[in-house]
Design a protein around this ligand. Sequence first.
Ligand code: ADP
Ligand code: MG
Length: 358
Amino acid sequence: MPPDVRSVPVSTGSASAATTVAAIELRGVRKEFPGGVVAVHDLDLDIAEGEFVTLLGPSGSGKTTVLRLIAGFEQPSAGTVRLRGTDVTAAAPFDRDVHTVFQDYALFPHLSVLRNVEYPLRIAKVAKAERRERALAALATVRLEHMADRVPTAMSGGQRQRVALARALVDRPAVLLLDEPLGALDLKLREQMQVELKQIQRDSGITFVLVTHDQDEALTLADRVVVFSDGRVEQAGSAQEVYERPASAFVAGFVGTSNVLDAAAATAVLGRDGSWSVRPEKIAIGPADTAAPAGRSTALGVVEELVYTGPSTRCVVALDAGGLLSVLLPAGPDDTPVPDRGQRVRLHWHREHEVQLH
Ligand code: ADP
Ligand code: MG
């Protein structure tokens, strides 16, 4: 499926003319490494000005290579890279209005936070007083202005990550690329930084492209999620589209719990050909001897596993028709009774929640 192509009007500066120019445009981009590994296959992708896009996929699916191609650290074997309409395919990284934040932050350990953040301005020969002012403003956006004189080694992982972010934002690049930037943080801090990243992106209006293998992170942050597998785009769409309308078995399995009825089970349960997916929270569960409400799809099975996670219990049911379906039972003021392991149960769901996979 081709990626969703979006772009927004950008003033050309000439008279009253306006045109639509993507912040990033990849056309037929292919990257083959020596030894024959094709990391990226003929990729077409447009990213709009001010958009927050996440590249989601398993390790080795080509996400980092795509970022490096945009940043100019790699040259494509074929295809073109355009930034705001300008062909930069052959341009050096420093000739692109792009910054990258790496997972390991890449800060200078012996320089103060302020001097780390000032660094891009120093390279750009900005005068000292202005440098300081702009660096402090960038530190304020990540709420670290009070730590300007520290050195990074005397800071926590989350604080170092914020310094790296401030340094990347200080000269207001058109595009910020982030490669698993929260990967080294523990869960709580990661969730907090996700909220902050989203706010910083919204406030700055800078186009963000963030790579992650974490589906929650990808869905939480993005205006648009691009799901990669083996160097190809499997699907691109809003978090809701990708989650609720997965285009392939791969996306259904990688984004959310894999709840796939294979061809045999689909024939037996749904009376339809092909493979189908139903999300766990869309499935209701009850005793096997009760009838399903009219007009719904239904299947009988046995509870094979129960996983208690606090706010919900995941119930894995082995279907008589073959295969497993997970059912999510939320704990709430009116709890759905949780069945016992080994109990025979009836599952049912609305037909509109069945998604055909390709
Ligand atoms: P991801 O970031 O999704 O984990 P990468 O873009 O790093 O994936 O890698 C995609 C594929 O390209 C992998 O098979 C990887 O081994 C290969 N690859 C990446 N960089 C190089 C390189 N410099 N030389 C050879 N192969 C590479
Ligand atoms: Mg990577």
